[in-house]
Ligand binder design. Sequence first.
Ligand code: GDD
Ligand code: MG
Length: 366
Amino acid sequence: MKVVILAGGQATRLLPLTSNTPKAMVPVLNIPFLEYVIRHLGRHRVTDVVLAQSHLAQTITDYFLDGARFGSQLTYVVETVPLGTAGAVKNAAGYLDETFLVLNGDTFTDLDISAMIDFHRQTRARLTIACTPVEDPSSYGLIETDGRSKITRFLEKPEKSQITTNMVNAGTYVVEPEVLEYIPAGTVFSFERQLFPKLLERGEPLYAYPSPAYWIDIGTPEKYHQLNRDLLSGKSNQYPFSSTQRVTIGERSQIHATARITGPAVIGDSCAIGAGVSLIGPVVIGPGCTILEETTIEDSIIWQDTRLEKQVYIKSSIVASGCHLKSNSIVENSVIGNNVTIDSGYQLKPGSKIGPGAVVKNADNQ
Ligand code: GDD
Ligand code: MG
């Protein structure tokens, strides 16, 4: 079965992490997000993958190439202007002539895709939507069903007063090719706001496949951070390293004998970790990072090639690639984009988001 992965959104809510990294490529335990998605599909024998892209398409292509390294065959379909979720699938219609899957390219799930496909066949649905329970449905697509899983209403981003259930669209669909006829070609068109309501109006059988499997949409820095924490604490069955190891250290990394690492932690290849450094998990350090003496990192994610000087303190934060945090700087509950420099002794206001390339200086140094 073929799958269309929607990987062309602007990812504005994930800024500054996605200013020059597509959402699909943000590293999760040092592995690009989309790699988990493609491997999970492969475990369900879905290896024929069409990637529907627009924003920052080349970075994805350069990494995945033809997909052979991941046991899949990848086809890239690039929209010159983003066509919306359904418009992107219509744009790939030339590849789709049998029952196919569609995936939001920013959801991480342990969903049993094979069981969902069986369910779709049993109900003879025109389209089946995986759904998952969430605490607050207001940033998702609400799904109402009758007592037999048949969808009666779909409401994207409901107002608080419209919330009748905690079951929402989990962003995986099994679709019959006839559905493509409902999507106009070359026009911006949305599954959630246009296609689902239209199919329901026409009486097409839409079914919900509820699943209690681990599920998260990495659309915001908080959710992205949470996915890393959840994988490190064993909440998903897709932990990519030996699960008996609480601390995973990459090749050629040098860790000083006096550094203290409290797991769970993942440290990439070719890192240098100095004397008295303290890593307090959950922590992820990207490849090629240098961390100098007495620096402390707690509950944080550092992307590749970042340099942290002496006695830096980082807590509950994300620091992207190529950053330079000078000695004694303090970063808490913040998100720092690529190639940011933070001056010595600078205490970043908690909750900060720093755009790529910024140089953050003390007033008396300017
Ligand atoms: N190719 C392409 N072109 N992809 C797109 C486009 C487009 O124009 N617009 C969005 N996408 C991709 C995004 O990259 C993402 O992977 C996916 O489609 C969903 O878009 P989001 O922008 O992340 O939507 P959302 O998270 O607000 O809501 C969607 O996902 C929820 C579950 O996480 C909806 O499907 C909700 O109904 C659902 O509950
Ligand atoms: Mg999303």
